[in-house]
Design a protein around this ligand. Structure first.
Ligand SMILES: [Zn+2]
Length: 269
């Protein structure tokens, strides 16, 4: 599943091709994604894409009259291809640009989304979102304050988009391991020192993943393959039964809030 780093790398992949360019045509072959693609999305035809931004796991294609919101869902990916490239089975949307290339959206499971929001207000999907993890708005003080009195497991807490956006299942396990914090600890029991360490590790693990994914940027203009998904060096995620890289204790797995969680019970308290 594409997580924040994949979405950010997708943004970096399409930005140089799309920013400042006129949308010449929108071609929707399959409108039934997670939500049906609204007819209003055709308003983007003839508009200049002023900026390609990201908020949480949404890509935002800004124009003078509104913006398209693109979510990759469980299995979505974007490529930049010459207009006229024959579509494959799961290529549901093409956004043609006047330069002769198109942004093509592929999504086998169709849990992604293409939405349109006129400039008069913010899309509801963007409301009530917590801070971006890689900005200065996300601090140890903020995590500490928001976690007071919370009995939720710390792993579930940092995965709550109202607390901070974009800390997906992989990155929650990885950052808690780096911080030596047990994923089942109650969020309210975190000390300020631990909150500072955890915030630094969340930033570190996400920034490292984006950097690793940046090496796949050339794949965005190739006709085969799946750009935006990249192999990463993980410390605990998916490694149950393997020795901890720090103390050699077997990595354990458990379900927390229905999600698989991986940790070292010796290193993490
Ligand atoms: Zn260990």
């Amino acid at each position: 599943m594409p997580e924040l780093p994949e979405v950010e790398v997708s943004r970096m992949g399409i930005k140089p091709h799309a920013e400042g360019q006129v949308v010449s045509k929108l071609d929707i072959r399959q409108p039934q994604l997670r939500w049906r693609i609204p007819d209003a999305l055709y308003d983007i035809e003839g508009q200049v894409i002023r900026a390609v931004k990201r908020r949480a796991k949404y890509l935002i294609l800004e124009t003078d009259i509104g913006y398209a919101l693109v979510h990759l869902g469980m299995s979505g990916s974007l490529r930049v291809l010459p207009v006229g490239s024959p579509p494959g089975k799961h290529d549901h949307v093409d956004l043609h640009l006047a330069t002769g290339v198109m942004i093509r959206y592929n999504d086998p499971r169709r849990f992604g989304a293409w939405l349109w929001q006129p400039n008069d207000s913010d899309h509801p999907a963007l409301e009530k979102l917590g801070p971006e993890p890689l900005t200065d708005d996300f601090t140890g003080d903020l995590l500490f304050d928001r976690s007071r009195g919370k009995r939720t497991a710390i792993k579930q807490f940092i995965m709550d988009n109202a607390v901070v956006v974009g800390v997906g299942n992989i990155y929650a396990s990885e950052s808690l391991f780096m911080s030596r914090i047990h994923p089942k600890r109650q969020a309210g029991q975190l000390t300020l020192d631990e909150a500072n360490v955890l915030v630094a590790d969340i930033k570190d693990v996400l920034a490292t993943a984006i950097k690793q994914g940046g090496t796949t940027l050339k794949d965005f203009t190739q006709t085969d393959g799946k750009p935006g998904y990249f192999a990463q060096e993980l410390l605990v995620y998916g490694k149950q039964g393997q020795p901890c890289s720090v103390c050699s204790t077997e990595i354990e797995s458990a379900k927390i809030g229905q999600r698989n969680t991986f940790f070292c019970s010796n290193c993490q308290k």
